[in-house]
Design a protein around this ligand. Structure first.
Ligand SMILES: C=CC1=C(C)c2cc3[nH]c(cc4nc(cc5[nH]c(cc1n2)c(C)c5CCC(=O)O)C(CCC(=O)O)=C4C)c(C)c3C=C
Ligand SMILES: [Fe+2]
Length: 387
């Protein structure tokens, strides 16, 4: 095989505090993150939520050094993967495409077009598929591909998820075993898997396979670990007023405290890199909660980052994809049983440009003006009309 490209997909994170608001705006502009019945509300609402949330979110990023480490770690993973693929005889280029911050997916695609690849493998850095993560990135890519005949000439294959890849399970089990053995009585430790949550409606109404894949992955990791410890799976990082997957991590930690658990080992599952939800939410917020709930020893398993067995797992995913029949964007999501797709036009979002940010602000102003007009009967539009 000639030159192979691997596009690693991830969410992205603000590099500095001043990036937090535009990053959040991009995130909440995505209809896979906030699903609304009408698309015209998306941008004004994104503007409103990102503005309202940015101060609190900035405080959290301040606590972990003033920005997300996600870009640095993802780029390190890309370099390590390239090295391992080359060690196995592939002439490989590895690209990073983030969904909501730099380097954006669109930037990676520009580089892919320049490199004259014989084959491209699209590999999300999310082991489990969710509409809100890999699904959202696939849609953006599908849209870019549809518009670009040069890209259509590159044979490509998409990996929808890889939570059952044996080297990944082994890497997770190794890290858990290492941390367990630091406790004075390792067999007494309660292993607590904490996954990023999604709204319940994603699973129940849209058929997102995320919950199934997380549960199955937890079972497979425990099987690979082969230790007698009790374990719990719960979901963290809830946003907004709707119901999310349960049990919620906060409630589960409090309940374990009440049940008399003294030693807790938290395993971040669904993340393969350190980021705000491991470094701030688990290490700071959940640690405080655990201590207040009577848990005496609270430890966390580090994220995989550039762990050698994990990089081997990514390499295996690429090698297996190269040996299997190609899968296009259209094939991967319907592969997941029961997944009802949204109508095509609901996915029509790409990288947010400055112009779009201003459109969002103007639309919001218009929306507020209309509301005042409707409520008071003599708002700003009334006076514009008089002029
Ligand atoms: C598997 C991983 C993830 C899922 C599923 C997911 C769904 C999801 N996330 C939000 C809202 C936010 N996510 C934020 C940051 C963030 N989320 C993930 C992963 C998943 N999200 C990552 C890797 C990051 C980046 C972290 C970093 O280090 O910067 C944020 C911003 C941070 C904050 O303000 O809390 C929000 C908001 C929703 C609504 C959702 C499912 C619908
Ligand atoms: Fe998230």
């Amino acid at each position: 095989m000639g030159r192979v490209g691997v596009l690693l997909l991830n969410l992205g994170g603000p590099d500095e505090l001043e990036d937090v608001r535009p990053f959040l705006y991009n995130l909440f502009s995505d209809p896979e993150i906030i699903r609304l019945p009408v698309s015209w509300l998306q941008k004004p609402l994104a503007w409103l939520i990102s503005t309202a949330r940015s101060r609190k979110s900035q405080e959290n990023y301040k606590q972990i050094g003033g920005g997300s480490p996600l870009r640095r770690i993802t780029e390190e993973q890309a370099r390590a993967l390239k090295q391992q693929l080359e060690a196995e005889g592939q002439d490989a280029r590895v690209y990073v495409g983030m969904r909501y911050w730099h380097p954006f997916t669109e930037e990676a695609v520009v580089r892919i077009k320049r490199d004259q690849l014989e084959k491209l493998v699209i590999l999300p850095l999310y082991p489990h598929f969710s509409i809100s993560t890999s699904g959202s990135s696939f849609r953006i890519l599908e849209r870019i591909w549809q518009k670009d005949p040069a890209l259509q000439k590159i044979p490509y294959t998409v990996i929808p998820s890889w939570y059952d890849e044996p080297a990944y399970l082994q890497a997770m089990a190794n890290l858990i075993a290492q941390e367990l053995d630091k406790f004075s009585q390792p067999e007494q430790v309660h292993i607590f898997f904490s996954a990023h949550g999604v709204p319940l409606s994603y699973v129940e109404e849209a058929g997102d396979p995320y919950q199934y894949e997380i549960e199955e992955c937890t079972r497979l990791i425990m099987e690979t670990l082969n230790r007698p410890n009790d374990h719990t799976l719960a979901y963290q990082s809830r946003v907004g007023p709707v119901e999310w997957l349960k049990p919620y991590t906060e409630e589960a930690i409090e309940n374990l405290g009440k049940q008399g658990v003294k030693d807790l080992l938290v395993v971040p599952i669904s993340f393969v890199s350190e980021h705000i939800e491991t470094l701030q939410e688990i290490d700071i917020e959940y640690r405080e909660l655990a201590e207040a709930s009577g848990i005496e020893n609270f430890h966390r398993v580090p994220a995989l980052n550039t762990d050698a067995t994990f990089i081997q797992a990514l390499t295996n995913c690429v090698e297996n994809a190269l040996e299997s029949p190609d899968r296009g964007f259209a094939e991967v999501t319907p592969l997941k049983k029961n997944l009802k797709m949204y109508p095509q036009e609901r996915w029509e979002w790409g990288m947010t440009t400055t112009a779009e940010v201003w459109n969002g602000r103007l639309a919001m102003l218009g929306f507020v003006a209309l509301m005042i007009e409707l409520i008071s009967g003599a708002g700003p539009l009334h006076f514009v009309g008089l002029l």
